[in-house]
Ligand binder design. Structure first.
Ligand code: 13P
Length: 334
């Protein structure tokens, strides 16, 4: 591996005013998204939908790359151009989700650990040949009664670090994603404490596994109250808490941090990112790697009329990319 190449890719992923679109839903997850708008979950519908997203005109003005799913990186446009080639030809970096999902953690009822390390080196080598230059692994940290346990945090951090080291060996930038889940009635302070402990454990594990931080991207969740918490807070409080938590845990040498949307509305996700960037004086670029908050408007439109609304759906993808690209520079005007 070349550290310079990894660092170059990582920096390009968070170039000024650009972020990532996450379209790496597993077949099970996209089934839920399609079902919510009445689309049949066939391979052709999944392909056509990913083509709509990736071929959005001028997407590359605000999108540096996309995270694909195993099926998607093997698919092509209707004209026969593999999606990864289409992206590279249009100045966007292909990424790939490589974890095999979150499974029950033995000995810790209700908690999850992400699996997928067995055979990962060979899969990464294949994805590199297919054109991927970064890879994502998502750990799930739930907040609840006596949760998360130290065992859950440490097991997930260890797996993330093992995966990250393998990625770098294979020439792929690891996008490490420890997602603190928004479900629950916990307050913002609890989310802060859990996020802080999770990130401390993650960076400790990355250090132990000799992961080069210059060639790594952090995909973080925001510090935010649980969805059913009675004490919701304003945009500034989410922004300030998130930035403080990141500053106290994430080394300044990291090339960038991108956020997941995690169930926030489109507007919230953009407003929070914008407020953080307006604070200024940040050690790293803060950008986005949204799935739902990039796609949900487009999916609804496309579902109503796949042919008639095709261009309109692409227009909303572009608008969401543009707004989030502005927010990544603190220039979103709402
Ligand atoms: P959301 O933005 O919908 O949370 O998805 C981002 C992602 O990639 C989660 O792993």
């Amino acid at each position: 591996m070349s550290i310079e190449l990894l660092a170059e890719t990582a920096q390009a992923m968070v170039a000024p005013g650009k972020g990532i679109i996450a379209i790496d839903e597993s077949t099970g997850t996209i089934a839920k998204r399609f079902a919510s708008v009445g689309i049949e979950n066939t391979e052709e519908n999944r392909r056509a939908y990913r083509e709509l997203l990736l071929t959005t005109p001028r997407l590359n003005e605000h999108i540096s790359g996309a995270i694909l799913y195993d099926e998607t990186i093997r698919q092509s446009t209707k004209d026969g151009v593999p999606f990864a080639k289409y992206m590279a030809d249009n100045g966007m970096i292909p990424g790939i989700k490589v974890d095999k999902g979150a499974h029950p953690l033995a000995g810790c009822p209700g908690e999850l650990v992400t699996e997928g390390l067995d055979g990962l080196r060979e899969r990464l080598q294949e994805y590199y040949k297919l054109g991927a230059r970064f890879a994502k692994w998502r750990a799930v940290i739930n907040i609840g009664d006596n949760m998360p346990s130290g065992t859950c945090i440490e097991s997930n951090a260890h797996a993330l670090a093992r995966y990250a080291a393998l990625c770098q060996e294979c020439g792929l930038v690891p996008m490490v994603e420890p997602e603190v889940i928004m479900d629950g009635d916990h307050d913002i302070e609890t989310c802060y404490e859990v996020t802080e402990a999770t990130l401390r454990s993650l960076f400790d594990a990355l250090y132990q596994q000799n992961v080069v931080l210059e060639g790594t991207i952090l995909k973080a969740s925001m510090v935010i109250p649980g969805k059913t918490c009675d004490e919701q807070v304003d945009v500034e409080e989410v922004a300030e808490s998130t930035v403080m938590c990141l500053k106290s845990t994430v080394p300044a040498i990291m090339p960038g941090v991108v956020f997941l949307s995690g169930g926030q509305s489109d507007e919230q996700s953009t407003a929070h990112l914008n407020a953080m960037n307006q604070m200024g004086n940040l050690p790293w670029p803060l950008s986005f790697s949204y799935g739902r908050a990039m796609q949900q408007a487009a999916l609804k439109l496309w579902a109503k009329d796949m042919k008639g609304n095709y261009a309109a759906a692409q227009k909303t993808v572009f608008e969401r990319a543009k707004e989030n690209g502005q927010a990544a520079q603190g220039k979103w005007e709402g």
